[in-house]
Ligand binder design. Structure first.
Ligand code: XMP
Length: 510
């Protein structure tokens, strides 16, 4: 498929995914390309513009990331950011020097708004700076178009060749008019059309899937999470009954979740198989208290169930997986690659006989997956679902898992989620849930002494789930939640709120 696209050339900066997302928010497809692969990829795919990212190095350091000089001869517009700016300066004959002072944080910046990059913006604005090196001498053909007290060249341009560069980070929210800068670059400078929408994407991908699959069969392991649900919906629209989805209900989901998943897919044209495996899982988990053992048992049992169901179906031509773009990036296309330690149960290539893998969400960020799901008419309960670990509530019931404890937790967790939704906080918090501790304490209910469970509430804000801060939920919401839970859920007489960041704590308790 040939689409208008921007390449974000990755030099190892920490905000690279954010840059790609900012571009996509303007309805232009952005792809992250490691600097080592830039030259070949540009020749092959002919992007309409390039963005050079930041990076941790100094451009003069031995082995510092670089690009082929021919890239500057192609007539493709370039926007350099931070390290990207210094690289442009060095490559084209300017001079970069090390400052004796690091410029960091919100910085007052003066702009020359006659530059097409800054068109329509205020002359004085706050930008977000994070650098030691800076451009001291401009390369030939360039002029300075922004300055700060400590940085004589906070932005530069060569309008003739359409090369632009900024020392600050327009992709972070602290830069006041960062989005305008991207918009100007994309539409004024690169001449983008801006037709990257999920309606278009959905239509194109459905066509693609149809022509790839023909009249053959596809199998998908549906977990009920956002990615696999959207994947199922997309495939179902494309190929109807040639798709079989296996949804293994291990009895460890949240309140009503299994039924919600079934309701969303029961009436579609595809073959939807819900396997009620609750008893199998609970039997295997009986007496087990160690979290890693729980995970292992659940993972293995899931494979067994899937294997058995797979055997009934026989050989399939394609196995579908809900892999999304951050998974692709994180499995090592870039320099800043970080491998995730947790993976949701997705496809299981080793236990199912299949010929090809199909991953229709590979190009999408999470928010795009959600938009696509909505476009396809998937219910909000599925589209807005927060991340949920593969082992489910098994790692939110501390210690031994019993049906009784799972029930208590389900009810309490549902109340917490309801109150968060009522307070309008759901969109601001990355993940929030209740944990049933293995701790019993003394309480008093009416005239009676109780000896019951302590429930913990956990809510975090995070962008990458690698680090997280505890969410500052208003006291009123915590208060209502606490009162409702102790009144409405039997066997809980104490509620605590987890106020640790990650690290040192993790998001989950087990
Ligand atoms: P932690 O607890 O490590 O969690 O801070 C980070 C993110 O990963 C999720 N998580 C899991 N996901 N299988 C999964 O599929 C697991 O075993 C697992 N453990 C944690 C957690 O919910 C959070 O989003």
């Amino acid at each position: 498929m040939s689409r208008e696209k921007i390449f974000v050339i990755d030099f190892g900066g920490q905000y690279n995914q954010l840059i790609a997302r900012r571009v996509r928010e303007e309805h232009v497809l952005a792809e992250i390309v490691p600097y080592q692969k830039a030259w070949k990829a540009i020749q092959k795919e002919k992007p309409i513009g390039l963005i050079f990212t930041g990076g941790p190095n100094s451009v003069y350091a031995p082995g510092a990331p670089d690009v082929a000089p021919e890239i500057f001869e192609l007539g493709i517009p370039i926007l350099g950011i931070c390290y990207g700016m210094q690289l442009v300066a060095k490559a084209l004959g300017g001079q970069v020097v090390e400052s004796n002072k690091r410029e960091f944080g919100k910085t007052e910046t003066s702009f020359d708004t006659s530059s097409p990059l800054f068109e329509g913006m205020d002359v004085e604005q706050i930008t977000w700076m994070s650098h030691v090196d800076f451009v001291k001498e401009l390369p030939q053909g360039f002029r300075t178009v922004a300055t700060t007290d400590n940085c004589p060249v906070a932005a530069m341009e060569d309008g003739e060749r359409k090369f632009y560069a900024v020392q600050f980070h327009p992709e972070v929210n602290h830069t006041e008019h960062g989005r305008d800068i991207f918009r100007n670059f994309l539409f004024n400078i690169c001449g983008a059309k801006g037709d990257w929408t999920m309606e278009n994407y959905g239509r194109e991908v459905i066509e693609d899937i149809r022509s790839k699959v023909g009249n053959r069969r596809v199998l998908l392991a549906l977990s009920g999470g956002v990615d696999s649900s959207v994947c199922a919906k997309l495939l179902s629209e494309a190929i109807g009954e040639q798709l079989t989805c296996i949804f293994v209900d291990q009895g460890l989901m949240r309140l009503n979740e299994g039924d919600e998943v079934e309701a969303a897919f029961r009436d579609s044209a595809m073959n939807f198989i819900r396997v009620d495996a609750k008893d199998r899982f609970l039997t295997k988990l009986k007496g087990v208290t160690d979290p890693e053992t729980k995970r292992k048992i659940i993972g293995e049992e899931f494979i067994r169930v899937f294997e058995e169901e797979g055997k009934k179906i026989g050989v399939v031509d394609f196995l579908a997986q809900g892999t999304i773009y951050p998974d692709v990036i994180e499995s090592g296309i870039g320099d800043a690659a970080v491998i995730k330690s947790h993976h949701n149960v997705g496809g299981l290539p080793s236990v199912v006989d299949f010929k090809e893998l199909i991953e229709p969400l590979r190009d999408l960020f999470k928010d795009e997956v959600r938009t696509l799901g909505r476009t396809l008419g998937l219910d909000d309960t599925l589209v807005d679902r927060q991340p949920f670990p593969g082992p489910g509530l098994a790692i939110r019931v501390m210690g031994e898992i019993t049906e009784e404890k799972l029930d208590i937790l389900r009810k309490a967790d549902a109340i917490f989620r309801e109150e968060i939704a009522k307070a309008g906080l759901a969109g601001d918090i990355g993940q929030y849930f209740a944990v049933l501790t293995d701790n019993k304490t003394v309480g008093v209910m009416g005239d009676f002494r109780t000896y019951d469970y302590t429930l913990a509430l956990r809510a975090v804000t995070t962008t990458d789930f690698m680090t997280a801060d505890w969410a500052r939920i208003p006291y009123e919401t915590l208060d209502t939640t606490s009162k409702r839970i102790v009144n409405e859920v039997e066997h809980i007489n104490r509620i605590v709120y987890d106020i640790t960041t990650k690290p040192p704590a993790t998001i989950e308790w087990e």
